[in-house]
Design a protein around this ligand. Structure first.
Ligand code: ATP
Ligand code: MG
Length: 433
């Protein structure tokens, strides 16, 4: 066949049987969040461009170069969502969700879009799950949220030795002033050796130099000042609470002073869960999160406690034990007939089988019975139920147990329609030797 159309670069089809794994993983994720008291929020794929400029920040890679934005027919600038937090914050404010005790726990799941260079672990349409907690300032929730991420990896069979939880505190805007000054002095000492992006960042947003993926820039910032050494009393106390919570939840972690976010509305805790067993190469972060109280200032004029994380489903699928989410094999049967022989009583029988948990493919269209059997074989059907001319006249079905060889006496039998379902269920249990 002539292939005229292909999917867009960096945007993958998710095909069976892989799609079964996705269904089960999504189910497990939803259950994981639900059981911790989180509820699902589903926001539109498209939002106004401005939401992300405000909600992610102008100086970020996402807003600077990764967004899919275009004008719609009314001339409105809109964007395919590159992440989930800004839409969730918009939605809870728009629908006044903070009115009761002001505490909300939400999760989301779905496709995100970023115009990046496609490579291992980096797609243009990828999928994220994420959790957000609003209304709790106490550092215990930061610990609880990190536990939610860590326990998810445990549940998915990722071994303790194969990942590391990294935590840092950025402090508040006040603490960061002192930190930033020392950082700039430090960076300027070797400013000519940094990559061009970092040379620019030293002037515009020095914190982001610490986040550079370039090995030589990373080496140059090895001994850079650490944010935790610049925390004010309040932020220091908060970070102590976070550490105490991590101890209570028995989470092994490292403090990593490189975990920074180059945006003013990020404050205090940032964290990442990274895979250390090389399965993901350099794109090894599966879950990343942090506190963003000041984001609310741009939305409602004042700060509000907020913390969340996001994780990449494609990266997660590379590292988890897929056996744990493989679909349980259902019994499949092929119901073979043709329009001259098939009638409404057969429809009822088919429905009864399906309600009993048996997958039934009705094959009326394939011309010859020989071809119908070939299809059944490809589909890995266990039984073939045949309703041809003879069966119609005789008021019975012919059933073939496709697991058995042609010579076996038990391979084929006739049965009345009302007995079919029970007989299939009974036979299913028999393990022929
Ligand atoms: P990175 O430093 O890898 O670019 P990021 O800071 O852009 O990550 P976040 O915006 O924090 O990533 O997204 C959270 C998670 O979503 C990442 O840790 C990763 O698992 C996943 N993710 C982000 N971008 C992509 C992408 N382009 N393709 C696949 N997964 C992605
Ligand atoms: Mg990125």
């Amino acid at each position: 066949m002539d292939i005229r159309f292909k999917s867009i670069k960096g945007m993958n089809d998710i095909l069976p049987p892989e799609s079964n794994i996705w269904i089960n993983l999504e189910h497990l994720l939803r259950e994981h969040f639900f059981m911790a008291g989180f509820r699902e929020i589903r926001t539109p794929i498209l939002e106004y461009f401005e939401l992300f400029v405000r909600g992610i920040g102008e100086g970020t890679d996402i807003v600077e170069k990764e967004m899919y934005s275009f004008k719609d027919k009314d001339g409105e600038m809109i964007t395919l969502r590159p992440e989930g937090t800004a839409p969730v914050v918009r939605a809870i404010i728009e629908h006044n969700f903070l009115k009761h005790d002001g505490i909300c726990r939400f999760f989301y799941l779905g496709p995100m879009f970023r115009y990046e260079r496609p490579q291992k672990g980096r797609l243009r349409q990828f999928h994220q799950f994420g959790a957000e907690v609003f209304g709790i300032q106490d550092g215990s929730i930061d610990g609880e949220l990190i536990f939610l991420g860590v326990s998810l990896l445990n549940k998915l069979g990722v071994q303790e030795r194969d990942f590391i939880t990294k935590v840092n505190s950025l402090g508040c805007i006040e603490c960061r002033k002192g930190f930033r000054e020392s950082l700039v002095v430090f960076l300027n000492k070797s400013k000519d050796s940094f990559c061009d992006d970092c040379k620019r960042r030293i002037l515009t947003n020095p914190l982001r130099v610490l986040d550079c993926k370039n090995d030589s820039c990373r080496a140059l910032t090895q001994d850079a000042p650490c944010t935790v050494d610049y925390l004010c009393e309040g932020c220091s106390k908060h970070f102590d609470e976070v550490k105490r919570a991590l101890k209570c939840f028995e989470i092994k972690y490292e403090i990593d002073s490189r975990l920074v976010r180059g945006l003013d509305y990020y404050s205090r805790t940032t964290f990442e869960i990274q895979i250390t067993n090389n399965l993901l190469g350099s794109q090894n972060t599966v879950i990343a999160g942090g506190r963003y109280n000041s984001l609310f200032k741009d939305f409602v004029g004042e700060d509000y406690p907020a913390i969340g994380f996001a994780g990449g489903i494609e990266r997660l699928l590379e590292v988890i034990d897929k056996k744990l989410i493989e679909p349980k094999e259902k019994l499949r049967v092929s119901f073979m007939s043709d329009l001259a022989s098939f009638d409404v009583r057969d429809v009822l029988v088919v429905q009864k089988l399906r309600e009993a948990g048996i997958e039934v493919e009705v094959d009326l269209a394939t011309k010859s019975y020989k071809s119908k059997f070939k299809r059944a074989d490809r589909n890995q059907s266990t039984f073939a139920i045949i309703k041809g001319e003879d069966e119609k006249k005789g008021g019975y079905y012919t059933v073939k147990d496709l697991r058995l060889s042609i010579n076996s006496e038990d391979k084929q039998f006739r049965i009345k329609p009302e007995e079919l379902c029970n007989e299939i269920l009974r036979r299913k249990e028999i393990e022929w030797s």
